[in-house]
Design a protein around this ligand. Sequence first.
Ligand code: RIB
Ligand code: CA
Length: 332
Amino acid sequence: MTPRPLILDVDTGVDDALALLYAAASPEVELIGATTVMGNVTVRHATENTLAVLELAGLGHVEVASGAARPLVRDHEPFPVVHGERGLGRAELPSSTRAPSSRSAAQLLVEAARERRGEVLLVATGPLTNVALALAEEPGLPELLGGFAIMGGAFARGGNATPAAEANIWVDPDAAQAVFRGFAGREAARLPLCAGLDVTDRVQLSRAALDAICADMPGSPVARFLQEAVPFYIEFYERFGVAGGAAMHDPLALALALDESLGTFETTRVEVETDGQWTRGMTVADLRGVRHSPWPVGWEPEENARVALDVDVAGFLTRFADRLRSLAEAPA
Ligand code: RIB
Ligand code: CA
């Protein structure tokens, strides 16, 4: 089967790096580009990290285009406590010998979608600033893409950046609102597939699982990277009383985009709070269809998202481990 062209939009931190590795190990797709955005780290560190991780994975030829250095409206400071100062825990990968693309992230997204109309799968695992900028440049992006998935939101539960908001949406709620509105009314298959905390917090990589994966990759540079990057991320969760390991937010978003049978989805409408003092970045999903009530609720009826509400935890974690192991011999 011909692999689908894939673009990952990342704010490469630890779990974004694991999504890049998952992409490298997935025969269903060919990573044709990566676009970077601020979020976990500055866009400069996200770009440097992405270039370095792709070289580690044997994808040093893949175009990396740098994107938004700040959100559309407000400013933002990175989260070094979660992913480390440079964003890859305690890992210090060799700096890439390659420069980022001369194109911006938004240009790469739009031009790739136009060149391969209806083919490119876009998976965004950071704030949605680049995607919003691409939509502003090309409002027809939903028709030009072959599929779109995000790691973002908290649709039937609380947030992680604030009690109401998941981090990617919280960093740039204006961009997220623009993206959800930009996709509204399309056929279900074209709507953003949303892997929110409802499912991503349930797929935790434990220390034992990490050690088992690496034990099967003796002497592998990828295993060394995993052992240097992931424990820092696990320690963050442990400090917050979360036993059982670190959430594999971004790899799950990609895994669901590649195989929807791993999840259960609800097609609905999502609005993003952009102004609330306590609720900024909250993804409000009309899972009960109240917007169709016979009284005015001020909500547009069109659906704009497919929200994941359940996940095959064991099935994902097994596939994730198997695919990481397959990188044991990633070509240098
Ligand atoms: O809320 C989790 C998300 O925020 C993940 O994408 C993680 O990498 C951070 O960007
Ligand atoms: Ca991310």
